[in-house]
Design a protein around this ligand. Structure first.
Ligand code: MEV
Length: 429
């Protein structure tokens, strides 16, 4: 998309106006526009999972104000949680004029694990596996010539000795470049096909053969400079930094802090038909890599007094295969972002994770998160009470000033404003 991602008042447009806008800017066809509201057909749903009886909708919104690696982009997010999309958009705005968010990916390498038991000479068995490395890799790569033709396939082998309560297991890692696929199918197929050879070489018994979700060779890094002024100034920024320090030192806080990161990342992962659980498992395992569960992000001041944030996280996502292919809305989401590679998609997801974390820390460091939540709640109640157009915001504003979000009060405010009357002060609870 070559449009500016800062569209003033995008959130004020109606759904139909937003769809029209993005259709024009991302060149969506009429059919794609229909699919945005249509979701999956029952046939497609039935082909995806078992015992289908229906589907459950999740709203799909667009995060605005993102500039990622110099490119303006609207980022589709699927989430049931209010405020998440608005929060990411607001935080992204604070980085926009300072260059936006930059991302870097370490590649598209996944690990497949093969567990070998009942080995009497684990050290020698490890040596034998390394001696047969070329043969093992060749056998794996024969299983996926398409991936190999694209430059992917098994690139290396690692042999780990894992001491468990009862024995030393040999765990062979297939180091596989899965390119633009998430890679679980390719990796698992290779791990299964090569097992007889592994048993022959090691003299052991292979049991588990499965991808590892701790994708530490498929990291994405995001970095952004955020205007301290736009975030509310020195005091708030100081609080944001100590909020990060708190999370980094205390696992109880880190879990919630990282949950905020995942609010953003999971929404993009879901919108693009990727495996949310794989990304979440990888993120939390990576957050514990030092032996202690810590913050996935860092926040500090730069020499200009602006806030600099970084995020580093495994990101096993693809743009081909799986639900990215079967779910028509996921395909549209990828089209809107105009991503051409899995690494580019990983960067977008990380950028949203970083912005989302900042938005949470900013709200927590200043007014608290309930104000934003209550405004959204008030908006829903105002609509229920019959407010339309600009009146909705007026009702929300008044309810927020009064800090009164009861439906009965919102109905009174709506009715008074509709009649063009002054709003009489409400009775306090
Ligand atoms: C709520 O969904 C997410 C937050 O709790 C994250 C955080 O505490 O940093 C606001």
């Amino acid at each position: 998309m070559n449009t500016h991602s800062r569209v003033k008042g995008f959130y004020k447009l109606s759904v139909a106006e937003r769809v029209k806008w993005i259709a024009a800017n991302a060149c969506l066809t009429e059919e794609e526009v229909q699919k945005l509201s249509g979701g999956l057909s029952m046939d497609v749903a039935d082909s995806m999972v078992e015992n289908v009886i229906g589907q459950i909708g999740t709203p799909l919104g667009l995060a605005a104000n993102f500039k990622v690696n110099g490119k303006d982009v609207f980022i589709p997010m699927a989430t049931e949680e209010p405020s998440v999309i608005a929060a990411a958009s607001n935080a992204a705005k604070a980085a926009y004029d300072l260059g936006g968010i930059y991302t870097f990916s370490t590649g598209t390498i996944m690990r497949g694990q093969i567990q070998v038991l009942d080995i009497c000479d684990p050290y020698a068995a490890r040596a034998r596996v390394y001696e047969h490395k070329e043969e093992i890799m060749e056998q794996c790569n024969l299983k996926d010539p398409t991936l190999v033709a694209l430059g992917g396939g098994v690139k290396d082998i690692e042999v780990h000795l894992v001491n468990t309560v009862r024995e030393t297991m040999l765990v062979i890692h297939l180091i596989v470049d899965t390119k633009d696929a998430m890679g679980a199918n390719a990796v698992n197929t290779m791990a299964e096909c090569v097992s007889p050879l592994i048993e022959k070489v090691t003299g052991g018994r292979v049991v588990l053969r499965i991808i590892s979700n701790l994708a530490d060779k498929r990291l994405v890094r995001a970095r952004g400079v955020f205007s301290s002024e736009l975030l509310g100034g020195g005091e708030i920024v100081k609080n944001i930094i100590s909020a990060f320090e708190f999370a980094d030192a205390d696992p109880y806080r880190a879990a919630t802090h990282n949950k905020g990161v995942m609010n953003g990342m999971t929404a993009v992962v879901l919108a693009t038909g990727n495996d949310t659980r794989a990304v979440e498992a990888g993120a939390h395992a990576y957050a514990s890599r030092t032996g202690k569960y810590r913050s996935l992000t860092t926040w500090e001041l730069n020499k200009d007094g602006n806030l600099v944030g970084t995020l580093e996280v495994p990101m096993a996502v693809g743009i081909i295969g799986g639900a990215t292919k079967t779910n028509p809305v996921a395909k549209i989401a990828l089209k809107i972002m105009d991503v051409k590679t899995a690494e580019e998609l990983a960067g977008m997801i990380a950028a949203v994770g970083l912005a989302e974390n900042l938005a949470s820390l900013r709200a927590l460091s200043a007014e608290g998160i309930q104000t934003g939540h209550m405004r959204l709640h008030a908006k829903n109640l105002a609509i229920m009470a019959g407010a339309k157009g600009d009146l909705i915001e007026q009702v929300v504003q008044r309810a927020t000033e009064e800090k009164d979000f009861r439906y009965s009060r919102i109905l009174e405010i709506t009715n008074s404003l509709k009649r063009g009357e002054d709003v009489v002060d409400g009775a306090s609870e």
